[in-house]
Design a protein around this ligand. Structure first.
Ligand SMILES: CCCCCCCC(=O)SCCNC(=O)CCNC(=O)[C@H](O)C(C)(C)COP(=O)(O)OP(=O)(O)OC[C@H]1O[C@@H](n2cnc3c(N)ncnc32)[C@H](O)[C@@H]1OP(=O)(O)O
Length: 75
């Protein structure tokens, strides 16, 4: 799950900024158990950019219910 969040955050930064990027840190809150064999909904958005640093927030929700996030990440 954490790798998934890292990947999606990196993808958003790659698409929205010029040049290559690397994750400096990844903070993950595991707020609820993620279900198996169900679709997941993953969202990531850029919170702010300062110089060459980009801060990203991401969530994973149950893809069927879309209820409150099971995981939240910031990078
Ligand atoms: C399609 C795309 C998918 C992409 C998937 C993405 C998943 C990945 O990124 S996988 C790679 C995982 N990441 C890595 O391997 C990164 C390894 N680390 C590095 O390369 C370096 O440590 C790196 C680039 C993060 C920082 O290096 P460098 O720029 O030389 O550091 P430095 O000059 O000391 O710091 C620059 C700034 O970043 C800050 N900083 C550095 N490391 C961190 C950190 N871990 N946490 C918070 N801030 C940090 C510093 O405080 C400094 O801030 P300021 O400019 O305000 O003083």
């Amino acid at each position: 799950m954490a790798s998934l969040l890292d990947e999606v955050c990196g993808e958003v930064v790659e698409r929205r900024t010029s040049g290559r990027s690397r994750t400096a840190y990844l903070h993950v809150n595991f707020r609820a158990i993620a279900p198996l064999n169900r679709p997941l909904q993953i969202e990531a958005r850029i919170r702010r950019s300062v110089g060459r640093k980009t801060y990203v927030d991401a969530t994973i929700r149950d893809g069927e219910t879309g209820l409150r996030p099971m995981l939240r990440a910031s990078t």
